[in-house]
Design a protein around this ligand. Structure first.
Ligand code: FAD
Length: 655
């Protein structure tokens, strides 16, 4: 289902898209503010659900811009991309179109925690997202800066509760009404840019910040708690000025794996993929950082930055004397620039040049654009419901970096969910939630709304308790039916395809289970496989597929009549077989929690000394709330399913 070519973008941009005056007084179901990774998914999802949607963003040509790294996916993040795709979102297909170097990270570990990742061509990614949005039915895209949210006075019967009614554009000129508004202002809310000792207002280099009026509405009018976070980006380096022969060549996978369940191949042919290069910092880098600290405002601030994507200044100061990895990544097929991942920095430009020239392949390098930092406001996400709606303001949804996350994937995932819910709310349908047991998106949202953030939040596989069930390969089976049947954000084409896949996988598993042979018969069929005699004397094909050295292809060649029609799913079946015991166990645990909903929890329990695996945070919540039943504990914000299982086991044993 990969597109052959993109339509010429200007032909999609009606003049209307740039002039908003005539929209004054118009009522939309949903208005999405911001055309970044959250906003684009939100707008497209709202329109797919059936809402008349307006996307307002500062500049149409920056829709879908990759503000920092030209890459998508990775460990934990790749799972989010697959789930967004399973819910018919854009980023997976955009990644398949724009990818120029595909690799599966974490391959040495099990497929549950593999991280699909691609290096992207920035321009192609932007073109794809813009072309998709500008041709989405029920979606209008306009250029403008939103200055203020229009909200009703609080309801006297529900003090502090407002309802959003629309937005006002900058200069107080135009007001546009909507039943729901999704705010996705990214790093722009009261944004300030930092280079050396210079600070200037901005949301991203070349872009003005979101006006102070918007922060004012959120804080003063709606009484929302906000905080301040920061992030930074490396300088972009002129490719021809770098001696790549001094860096280690890193090749992509020879067979690129598409992100999207609808694609069987990527736009970039395997042999056309571009390599990346690995190099390392030297002691000279640390010296330059230390000598220039007093010239670096950003690093002197207390505001928290992304712990897992730190600046070179933070890396050097936290781990003195170490050599740090620097990846030199292409920015696009025709781009003359390299992105030095690992060298995010905010010192003055002349010192940035001195620093990069301390790294052997960059001894003569030239900087095209200096690195810089950005600080911005975020809204404490504990003030949101699991539908990403502000609890105290009916119809107002928030998604992306504004909720304290970092990363395109985290933004896209929230955007899709907030957009779908904003549409449902506007169309008088109940909002929907995703649980931690069914998706990484559920884990992400639950973490945000129940725990909040103290530093930019990014996704990791370790955050998902049921990660063996929440695999990248099965996101379609987990989410596409729900997206179609319950949410309404999935097209019937994708739904039908997911049903075909689900039924075929089910038929294949049944066929594998029907191959019920003695170990000696299996040995004759598969002489190269060391089948242990200590195992059961009778084994099914599914049992055998769980062996490390047995592939589905081997079984299909031994039993072509029953298995060869499923060859398309060979890898998925292997993964299904390997994880089946874990998934069955997870399923049983979840069902057990549901069955034991009414089990009483002793009221004198000392949660702080319980000899079971519970985090300090969970113990503190349980101690404070003292839920009377297991069901009540399950519904507490911040209590994970894994914690409930441990609690259940403890109470059952001590009864
Ligand atoms: P954005 O992509 O920022 O999009 C916000 C959109 O809203 C923009 O289109 C903007 O024009 C629009 N907008 C804002 N205010 C208004 C308004 N009032 N009216 C209309 N439109 C408005 N992520 C990482 O994972 N690792 C990193 O190291 C990293 N470094 C970064 C460094 C920098 C300098 C920047 C700018 C970003 C960095 N990011 C990093 C963050 C990454 O870019 C974001 O996580 C991601 O883009 C967030 O998506 P979003 O949709 O929430 O916001």
């Amino acid at each position: 289902m990969l597109r052959k070519k993109l339509p010429f973008l200007h032909s999609l941009l009606s003049p209307v898209s740039r002039h908003v005056g005539h929209l004054t007084g118009h009522q939309y179901d949903v208005i999405v503010v911001g055309g970044g990774h959250a906003g684009t998914e939100a707008a497209a999802a709202a329109a797919r659900v059936g809402a008349e949607t307006l996307l307002i963003t500062q500049k149409i040509h920056t829709i879908g811009a990759l503000s920092c790294n030209p890459s998508l996916g990775g460990v934990g993040k790749g799972q989010l991309v697959k789930e967004v795709d399973a819910l018919d979102g854009l980023c997976g297909r955009a990644g398949d179109w724009a990818g120029i170097h595909f690799s599966i990270l974490n391959r040495r570990k099990g497929p549950a925690v593999w991280g699909p990742r691609a290096q992207l061509d920035r321009q192609r990614y932007r073109d794809f997202i813009q072309s998709e949005l500008l041709s989405t039915p029920r979606l209008t895209v306009v250029e403008g800066s939103v200055e203020e949210l229009l909200v009703t006075e609080p309801n006297p019967e529900e003090p502090g509760h407002h309802r959003v009614t629309g937005i006002r554009l900058a200069n107080g000129s135009h007001a546009i009404s909507a039943r729901s508004v999704v705010l996705t202002t990214g790093t722009f809310l009261s944004g300030s840019l930092f280079v050396g000792q210079t600070t200037s207002p901005g949301g991203r280099i070349g872009d003005a910040p979101s006006s102070a009026g918007l922060s004012h509405t959120l804080r003063e009018r709606l009484g929302l708690r906000t905080g301040r976070l920061r992030t930074g980006t490396p300088p972009r380096i002129v490719k021809d000025s770098v001696d790549l022969s001094l860096a280690k060549l890193h090749l992509p996978d020879s067979h690129p794996t598409p992100f999207s369940f609808l694609n069987t191949h990527t736009h970039c042919k395997p042999e056309e993929q571009l390599p990346c290069y690995l190099t390392f910092t030297t002691p000279g880098v640390e010296r330059v950082v230390r000598e220039s600290l007093q010239l670096n405002c950003h690093i002197q601030q207390d505001t928290k930055g992304p712990r897992y994507c730190p600046s070179i200044e933070s890396r050097v100061l936290r781990f003195p004397g170490r050599s740090h990895q620097v990846w030199l990544e292409p920015e696009g097929v025709t781009s003359d620039l390299l992105y030095p991942q690992g060298l995010s920095m905010t010192m003055p430009p002349d010192i940035q040049l001195r620093l990069i020239r301390e790294i052997p392949p960059m001894r003569r390098a030239e900087i095209h654009t200096p690195g810089y930092g950005v600080q911005y406001d975020f809204v404490c996400p504990t003030q949101l419901s699991p539908a990403l709606q502000v609890k105290s303001t009916q119809g107002l949804f928030l998604a992306g970096q504004i909720n304290g996350t970092t990363g395109y994937e985290e933004a896209a995932a929230q955007g899709l969910w907030a957009g779908a819910n904003a549409a449902r709310s506007a169309l008088s349908m109940p909002t929907v939630t995703l649980s931690r047991t069914e998706s990484y998106i559920g884990v992400l949202i639950d973490d945000l709304v129940s725990r909040g953030v103290t530093e930019p939040y990014r996704m990791f596989t370790s955050r998902a308790e049921f990660r063996t069930s929440l695999r990248p390969d099965n996101a379609d089976l987990r989410l596409t039916p729900k997206g179609f049947e319950e949410v309404g954000c999935v097209s019937s084409v994708r739904y039908q395809e997911s049903l075909r896949v689900r039924n075929s996988l089910q038929d294949a598993l049944t066929a594998l289970q029907a191959l019920f042979l003695s170990t000696s018969s299996w040995k004759k069929k598969l002489p190269s496989v060391p089948i242990s005699e200590t195992k059961s004397t009778l084994l099914t094909g599914l049992d055998l597929l769980q062996y490390n050295d047995v592939t589905f292809e081997m079984l299909a060649s031994a039993f072509p009549e029953s298995l060869s029609s499923f060859m398309e799913f060979a890898q998925r079946l292997k993964i299904e077989a390997v994880y089946k015991p874990h998934c069955d166990l997870n399923k049983k645990e979840i069902e057990r929690i549901q069955r034991e909903e009414n089990m009483s929890l002793p009221q004198d329990i000392d949660y702080f000394s319980l000899p079971v695996s519970l985090s300090d945070e969970v113990r503190e919540i349980l101690d404070r709330v003292r839920p009377s039943t297991l069901g009540a504990a399950t519904r507490l914000e911040g209590i994970t399913p894994a914690a409930v299982v441990n609690l259940l086991n403890y109470v059952r044993v001590t009864e």
